[in-house]
Ligand binder design. Structure first.
Ligand SMILES: [Zn+2]
Length: 595
């Protein structure tokens, strides 16, 4: 490390400023950067994490999953800053490179984040934001930090050929001068603005970046949380969401929808004047928003993002409607989310935000009444051994839960660490099943493997489902390599033909998991022998509860409400299996009856 070239920014300025959302605020007040040469002493975070969220603890801190939006040729990128994270900023002819300390960088490779970001590459402690124009220490970019109303700290990068400022005083970063080594890097050196993308046209009309829609998932400015439409596919629960913006109609026409994107995620924002009524209706091809008490000008556009194939705004006999056609699965309970954001200061228009991502799941807290499992009746002992062992001919059903990986084997690592999430879910499932009368055996209840050798570890897990065990359920988290990260999302359940009832168990688990989480269903899989399943003597299944490599699914897996919902889905699936004759003991009985 070339310590003598490291410059550290002062830590004053905007530290005390609290903002609701980086996309809704004014541009951060910029003072000319005063870069002082100081030893590179990483700063530690002043605050401790306020929640028990898996991702928020310092040892699990991650960096990545940027949100972005563009206005003209200017692109804003926002990163969450976990406590304890420090970073270096190195501008070059090819873009900006961030060296990250104190957090694991979420691997990701994507072609574009907006009009002025031609590439995004993250992994191995580093994030590179490529620009189609060269950066100097003060030209082409500006970096600042802000604190959201939620208390979360964010890093805001603005890039554009006309942007100036470089690093602001508020940064905790260590900033290095432009890298001379990178000047020779093969990159487009033209400082001419890049062609304006269709998404940017609407944004540009709104004037400045402080008008941009929030590409953020913060809840702090939510006036009326609507998300998601329905926690299940139960037809008795209406999936359409309705509302009305308070106040008298002003007679002004609706302005064009605004858009912001992040990898795997698109947000559409409608600025609704007072008096406007809306009704949101999801359907197989997307989301339709019915509007009344508002005039609209017919308009449409195509190919805005992978999540938004096209949109069309047009008058109807009863008012008007906005059709959002998604290129990816949409159901009443998944693939989209709606919320109403409070009007910005000095503006009467409410902002209706429709989020589109095939990985959006139900993150609302489970109602208290649904946090319990109905009792599982004791099963009749049907085998001779059990009858001999027990004077009463009833036994508590026994289930083995297997939190995947552990110890030296972290499993998949990106937004979350697989071994931590699988254990967190298994403990929740245990806590649901035990009060319901189920004897739960965990293959591990701490961060450890059963054997340092992987094959022996898997064998030992399967062996725990011995005589007297009715079911075995293994819990895992999925992942794809960074280049394919956006293609993997949702839940799938695996079974092997180790037992005639394993497919029954898998199908019950999958169904209940999709109901409780609203996740995209990847269905049942059985085309690979999995050691922990194929060696099992009882009905066994393996659930993959989401993709840590997907930016939106990764956020789901960091969310305790999501983990509660996953656990409830697994527990309900197990309960259904036990009460419907899918357990091992019942298999013997069934086999006997059929002979
Ligand atoms: Zn795994």
């Amino acid at each position: 490390m070339l310590l003598s070239f490291l410059l550290i920014c002062g830590n004053g300025g905007a530290q005390g400023v609290t903002r609701t959302d980086p996309f809704l605020r004014q541009m951060p007040t910029q003072t000319s950067p005063t870069l002082r040469a100081l030893p590179a002493v990483p700063r530690t975070a002043p605050s401790t994490p306020s929640s028990v969220n898996l991702a928020a603890t310092p040892q699990n801190a991650t960096f990545g999953n940027p949100r972005s939006s563009s206005s003209g040729d200017q692109t804003r990128i926002v990163f969450d800053l976990s406590p304890g994270v420090t970073y270096t900023l190195v501008p070059s002819a090819a873009g900006l490179t961030l060296g990250i300390q104190g957090a694991r960088v979420v691997p990701m490779l994507t072609a574009s984040l907006g009009s002025s970001v031609s590439g995004y590459r993250a992994g191995s402690g580093q994030v590179t934001v490529n620009t189609p124009f060269p950066l100097s220490s003060t030209a082409g970019w500006q970096a600042s930090e802000a604190t959201l109303a939620s208390g979360n700290r964010v890093l805001i990068l603005d890039v554009g050929s006309a942007v100036t400022g470089g690093a602001s005083e508020s940064l905790r970063a260590l900033t290095r001068p432009p890298s001379t080594a990178s000047v020779a890097a093969p990159a487009p050196l033209s400082a001419a603005p890049t062609p304006v993308q269709p998404t940017s046209t609407a944004l540009a009309r709104s004037g400045s970046l402080n008008q941009l829609p929030p590409g953020d998932l913060v809840k702090s400015s939510v006036e009326a949380p609507l998300a998601p439409a329905s926690s299940s596919l139960d037809s008795a629960r209406p999936s359409a969401l309705t509302g009305r913006v308070s106040g008298q109609p002003l007679g002004v026409p609706l302005s064009a929808p605004r858009f912001s994107t992040a990898p795997g995620f698109t947000r559409v924002v409608l600025d609704l004047p007072p008096g406007t009524s809306y009704r949101i209706e999801p359907h197989a091809l997307g989301v339709r928003i019915h509007l009344s008490n508002i005039r609209v000008r017919p308009q449409n556009a195509q190919d805005l993002s992978p999540e938004l194939r096209s949109w069309r705004l047009e008058p109807t006999p009863t008012g008007s409607q906005l059709d959002l056609v998604t290129g990816l699965p949409t159901t009443p309970g998944s693939g989209w989310r709606a919320q109403v954001l409070a009007p910005m200061p000095g503006n009467l228009q409410a902002q209706l935000a429709i989020d589109l991502s095939p990985a959006l799941a139900n993150l609302t807290p489970l109602p208290a009444a649904e946090r319990r499992l109905a009792a599982v009746p004791p099963s009749r002992a049907t085998s001779g051994a059990a009858l001999l062992a027990l004077s009463a001919a009833v036994i508590r059903p026994r289930v083995v839960l297997d939190p995947g990986h552990g110890g030296q084997d972290p499993g998949a690592v990106a937004s979350v660490m697989e071994k931590e999430v699988t254990l967190a879910v298994a403990l929740r499932v245990r806590d649901l099943l035990r009060p319901a009368g189920v004897d739960v055996v965990l293959t591990r209840s701490t961060d450890q493997a059963l054997d340092p050798v992987k094959s022996k570890d898997l064998e030992a897990r399967a062996q725990l489902a011995g005589s007297g065990t009715q079911l075995f359920v293994s819990i895992h988290v999925n992942a794809l390599e960074p280049q394919k990260a956006l293609r993997g999302y949702g839940i799938e359940t695996w079974w092997n033909p180790n037992h005639p009832l394993s497919d029954n168990l898998a199908s019950l688990l999958q169904r209940r998991l999709i109901e409780t989480t609203g996740s995209f269903s990847r269905g049942l899989k059985s085309n690979q022998p999995l050691a922990v399943l194929k060696n099992n003597r009882v009905p066994a299944a393996l659930v993959e509860i989401g993709y840590t490599s997907h930016p939106v699914d990764g956020l789901n897996l960091q969310n305790n409400n999501y983990l509660d919902r996953v656990a409830l889905g697994i527990a309900q699936g197990i309960r259904n299996a036990l009460t419907s004759g899918t357990g091992a003991e019942n298999a013997l009985q069934n086999a006997g009856n059929s002979r």
